[in-house]
Ligand binder design. Structure first.
Ligand code: CIR
Length: 263
């Protein structure tokens, strides 16, 4: 029998790419100061994450760890995938440059591929797609040239691109998530930047800023464990919530969206 969730429709996500964390994932980049992560716990949390995506109707393609790149399971940073094309990123952190090379052949199976080229840098975590509007964070990882190149690739396909200075947090999507339609979940700081005024802004509780990185998928919202105040706010919206513990990814500055590429 056909799984109705797999039927292609423009708004429906059907696939995700994830990568298993390697044993050395604790050697990745971090500023979190939340202590050393535990590999076994990380593997368990990653497996629960994959199951959750499958339950939301996605076919999940799981790649093997890349021992040379301890951050490589944060696959979101390596590409931006739109219905029309996949843009292979050029990671801003030198230690992550090269992760994108193994993602390109995978994405070529599903989309025409374009690339961000030197001197541009761009991390997928800085790119928020809300329908035909794309917001690109200018951060420690994504530079003006990377944003300009992305804009040039998407503009003639009917998208607008707005750059957003990332004043705190690693990436743009550390502070803002699209919840479908005209709705965003974001930190007070992001709301205050003024660039998201045309959306309905749902602010996370100031004591739970990490909850601004949430994963909207096929009508449900995956939220991180440990953000009860924000969750109570979100419950009022009436959309199904899925709560996942991503404590070990958080210790490495990661969150829910960075563990997959969804399209
Ligand atoms: C890094 O610093 O690049 C990784 N330790 C974390 C990347 C998280 N990625 C994301 O939020 N998109």
């Amino acid at each position: 029998m056909t799984n109705p969730a797999r039927l292609e429709s423009p708004d429906r996500l059907t696939r995700a790419i994830v990568r298993l964390p390697g044993e050395n994932f604790g050697q990745g980049l971090t500023t979190a100061g939340l202590g050393a992560p535990d590999f076994r716990t990380m593997l368990g949390q990653h497996a629960a994450y994959v199951r959750a995506l499958e339950n939301l109707g996605l076919e999940v393609l799981t790649l093997e760890p890349q021992s040379l790149f301890p951050d490589a399971h944060f696959v979101e940073d390596t590409a931006v995938v739109l219905p029309e094309l996949a843009v292979i990123a050029r990671p801003g952190a030198p230690s992550r440059r090269g992760e994108e090379e193994t993602i390109e052949p995978v994405l070529r199976r599903f989309r025409p591929v374009a690339r961000i080229r030197e001197p541009g840098t761009l991390d997928g975590g800085d790119v928020l797609v809300a329908g035909r509007r794309i917001f690109c964070g200018l951060s420690a990882r994504t530079n003006e040239e990377g944003a300009r190149q992305l804009g040039a690739l998407v503009m003639d396909r009917g998208y607008s691109l707005t750059t957003v200075p990332v004043a705190s947090g690693l990436h743009l999507k550390s502070g803002v998530s699209h919840l479908g339609g005209e709705r965003l979940l974001l930190t007070r700081g992001m709301a205050g930047c003024g660039l998201f005024r045309s959306f309905e802004n749902i602010e996370v509780d100031p004591s739970e800023e990490f909850a601004a990185n949430a994963l909207f998928c096929n009508g449900s919202l995956v939220v991180p464990a440990g953000a009860a105040r924000t969750r109570r706010k979100l419950e009022k919206l009436g959309m199904p919530l899925v709560v996942l513990d991503v404590s070990e990814a958080r210790k490495m500055d990661g969150g829910l969206t960075c563990l997959s590429i969804r399209f």
